[in-house]
Design a protein around this ligand. Structure first.
Ligand code: MN
Length: 192
Protein backbone atom coordinates (compact mmCIF):
# COMPACT_ATOMS: atom_id res chain seq x y z
CA UNK A 1 0.00 0.00 0.00
CA UNK A 2 1.31 3.43 -0.90
CA UNK A 3 0.24 6.26 1.34
CA UNK A 4 -0.59 9.62 -0.22
CA UNK A 5 -0.48 13.09 1.23
CA UNK A 6 -4.18 14.07 1.27
CA UNK A 7 -5.07 17.34 -0.46
CA UNK A 8 -5.93 20.17 1.92
CA UNK A 9 -9.69 20.88 1.96
CA UNK A 10 -9.03 24.64 1.57
CA UNK A 11 -6.64 27.04 -0.15
CA UNK A 12 -3.16 27.46 1.38
CA UNK A 13 -4.02 30.99 2.53
CA UNK A 14 -7.48 30.10 3.89
CA UNK A 15 -6.30 29.92 7.49
CA UNK A 16 -4.59 33.31 7.55
CA UNK A 17 -3.79 35.18 9.70
CA UNK A 18 -3.79 32.38 12.31
CA UNK A 19 -1.80 29.94 10.16
CA UNK A 20 -0.03 31.64 7.27
CA UNK A 21 0.36 30.28 3.76
CA UNK A 22 4.10 30.20 4.52
CA UNK A 23 3.49 27.84 7.47
CA UNK A 24 1.24 25.69 5.27
CA UNK A 25 4.01 25.61 2.66
CA UNK A 26 6.42 24.10 5.18
CA UNK A 27 4.21 22.32 7.71
CA UNK A 28 1.97 20.64 5.13
CA UNK A 29 4.15 20.79 2.03
CA UNK A 30 7.43 19.72 3.65
CA UNK A 31 6.85 18.11 7.08
CA UNK A 32 3.60 16.25 6.38
CA UNK A 33 4.90 15.24 2.95
CA UNK A 34 8.18 14.02 4.46
CA UNK A 35 6.40 11.77 6.98
CA UNK A 36 4.40 10.28 4.10
CA UNK A 37 7.45 9.73 1.91
CA UNK A 38 9.43 8.24 4.79
CA UNK A 39 6.59 5.88 5.73
CA UNK A 40 6.42 4.64 2.13
CA UNK A 41 10.15 3.96 2.21
CA UNK A 42 9.97 1.99 5.49
CA UNK A 43 6.92 -0.25 4.96
CA UNK A 44 7.94 -2.48 2.00
CA UNK A 45 9.20 -5.86 3.15
CA UNK A 46 7.64 -5.56 6.62
CA UNK A 47 4.51 -7.09 8.18
CA UNK A 48 2.75 -3.78 7.46
CA UNK A 49 2.91 -3.96 3.67
CA UNK A 50 -0.88 -4.28 3.32
CA UNK A 51 -1.86 -2.53 6.54
CA UNK A 52 -3.95 0.60 6.87
CA UNK A 53 -2.59 3.65 8.64
CA UNK A 54 -4.75 2.86 11.68
CA UNK A 55 -3.51 -0.75 11.81
CA UNK A 56 0.07 0.48 11.73
CA UNK A 57 -0.63 2.99 14.52
CA UNK A 58 -2.12 0.24 16.70
CA UNK A 59 0.68 -2.28 16.20
CA UNK A 60 3.94 -0.80 14.94
CA UNK A 61 6.92 0.60 16.80
CA UNK A 62 9.94 2.71 15.92
CA UNK A 63 10.17 4.61 12.67
CA UNK A 64 7.17 2.95 11.05
CA UNK A 65 4.95 3.92 13.99
CA UNK A 66 6.35 7.44 14.21
CA UNK A 67 5.89 8.24 10.54
CA UNK A 68 2.47 6.57 10.22
CA UNK A 69 1.17 8.35 13.31
CA UNK A 70 2.53 11.68 12.08
CA UNK A 71 0.80 11.20 8.72
CA UNK A 72 -2.49 10.43 10.52
CA UNK A 73 -2.12 13.18 13.14
CA UNK A 74 -1.42 15.89 10.60
CA UNK A 75 -4.30 14.87 8.33
CA UNK A 76 -6.61 14.92 11.36
CA UNK A 77 -5.28 18.33 12.40
CA UNK A 78 -5.73 19.94 8.95
CA UNK A 79 -9.16 18.40 8.45
CA UNK A 80 -10.46 19.92 11.69
CA UNK A 81 -10.20 23.37 10.11
CA UNK A 82 -12.13 25.07 7.34
CA UNK A 83 -12.27 28.47 5.69
CA UNK A 84 -15.49 29.08 7.61
CA UNK A 85 -15.11 31.09 10.82
CA UNK A 86 -17.34 31.46 13.82
CA UNK A 87 -18.77 27.97 14.19
CA UNK A 88 -19.49 26.70 17.69
CA UNK A 89 -20.38 23.38 19.27
CA UNK A 90 -24.10 22.67 19.51
CA UNK A 91 -26.50 19.83 20.22
CA UNK A 92 -25.08 16.59 21.57
CA UNK A 93 -21.45 17.78 21.39
CA UNK A 94 -22.18 20.94 23.37
CA UNK A 95 -24.11 19.06 26.03
CA UNK A 96 -21.23 16.59 26.38
CA UNK A 97 -18.73 19.46 26.69
CA UNK A 98 -20.95 21.13 29.30
CA UNK A 99 -21.33 17.92 31.28
CA UNK A 100 -17.66 16.81 31.07
CA UNK A 101 -15.95 20.21 31.48
CA UNK A 102 -18.57 22.55 32.97
CA UNK A 103 -18.81 24.88 29.95
CA UNK A 104 -17.32 25.49 26.50
CA UNK A 105 -15.13 28.25 27.95
CA UNK A 106 -13.91 25.96 30.75
CA UNK A 107 -13.15 23.27 28.18
CA UNK A 108 -11.08 25.65 26.05
CA UNK A 109 -9.18 26.90 29.10
CA UNK A 110 -8.35 23.35 30.15
CA UNK A 111 -7.35 22.36 26.60
CA UNK A 112 -5.13 25.46 26.27
CA UNK A 113 -3.39 24.65 29.56
CA UNK A 114 -2.73 21.09 28.39
CA UNK A 115 -1.42 22.28 25.01
CA UNK A 116 0.84 24.94 26.52
CA UNK A 117 2.18 22.61 29.23
CA UNK A 118 3.00 19.68 26.90
CA UNK A 119 6.80 19.67 27.30
CA UNK A 120 8.55 19.67 23.95
CA UNK A 121 7.01 18.31 20.77
CA UNK A 122 3.60 16.70 20.77
CA UNK A 123 -0.14 17.08 20.46
CA UNK A 124 -3.12 18.14 22.56
CA UNK A 125 -6.30 16.15 21.97
CA UNK A 126 -9.97 16.10 22.75
CA UNK A 127 -10.88 12.42 22.88
CA UNK A 128 -13.85 10.18 23.60
CA UNK A 129 -12.98 7.54 26.18
CA UNK A 130 -14.31 4.01 26.58
CA UNK A 131 -16.86 5.21 29.14
CA UNK A 132 -18.30 7.58 26.54
CA UNK A 133 -16.97 10.74 28.15
CA UNK A 134 -14.94 13.51 26.57
CA UNK A 135 -11.43 14.01 27.93
CA UNK A 136 -8.34 16.09 27.19
CA UNK A 137 -5.03 14.29 26.77
CA UNK A 138 -1.61 15.23 25.44
CA UNK A 139 0.85 12.98 23.64
CA UNK A 140 4.57 13.40 23.04
CA UNK A 141 6.19 13.42 19.60
CA UNK A 142 4.12 11.21 17.25
CA UNK A 143 2.03 9.35 19.83
CA UNK A 144 -1.66 8.94 19.03
CA UNK A 145 -4.56 8.30 21.46
CA UNK A 146 -5.87 5.43 19.28
CA UNK A 147 -3.05 3.41 20.80
CA UNK A 148 -4.63 3.96 24.25
CA UNK A 149 -8.12 2.97 23.15
CA UNK A 150 -9.27 6.58 22.89
CA UNK A 151 -11.18 8.05 19.95
CA UNK A 152 -9.65 11.36 18.76
CA UNK A 153 -12.17 14.17 18.22
CA UNK A 154 -9.94 17.25 17.83
CA UNK A 155 -6.21 17.92 17.90
CA UNK A 156 -3.78 20.82 18.14
CA UNK A 157 -0.22 20.30 16.92
CA UNK A 158 2.18 21.85 19.42
CA UNK A 159 5.42 20.93 17.68
CA UNK A 160 7.37 24.16 17.19
CA UNK A 161 7.15 23.70 13.41
CA UNK A 162 3.38 24.27 13.74
CA UNK A 163 3.73 27.83 15.01
CA UNK A 164 7.31 29.05 14.86
CA UNK A 165 7.07 30.96 11.56
CA UNK A 166 3.94 32.81 12.71
CA UNK A 167 4.39 33.06 16.48
CA UNK A 168 8.08 32.20 17.10
CA UNK A 169 8.33 30.95 20.71
CA UNK A 170 4.83 32.12 21.71
CA UNK A 171 3.00 28.82 21.89
CA UNK A 172 0.24 30.27 24.14
CA UNK A 173 -0.60 32.88 21.47
CA UNK A 174 -0.88 30.18 18.80
CA UNK A 175 -3.06 27.98 21.00
CA UNK A 176 -5.34 30.91 21.88
CA UNK A 177 -6.11 31.74 18.24
CA UNK A 178 -6.13 28.12 17.02
CA UNK A 179 -9.81 28.06 18.07
CA UNK A 180 -10.71 30.55 15.33
CA UNK A 181 -9.92 27.84 12.74
CA UNK A 182 -11.76 24.90 14.27
CA UNK A 183 -14.88 23.97 12.31
CA UNK A 184 -17.24 22.57 14.92
CA UNK A 185 -19.53 21.07 12.28
CA UNK A 186 -16.63 18.78 11.30
CA UNK A 187 -15.73 18.06 14.92
CA UNK A 188 -19.34 17.12 15.74
CA UNK A 189 -19.33 14.55 12.91
CA UNK A 190 -16.28 12.88 14.43
CA UNK A 191 -18.24 12.18 17.58
CA UNK A 192 -20.26 9.69 15.53
MN1 MN B 1 3.32 19.13 12.74
Amino acid sequence: MTFQLPALPYAPDALEPVISARTIEFHYGKHHQAYTTKLNSLVPGTAFENATLEEIILKADGGIFNNAAQVWNHTFYWEGFSAQRGTAPSGKLLSMIDSDFGSFEAFKTKFNEAAVNQFGSGWAWLVLNAAGNLAIVTTGNAANPLRDGLKPILTCDVWEHAYYLDFQNRRPDYVNVFWQLVDWNIIAKRLG
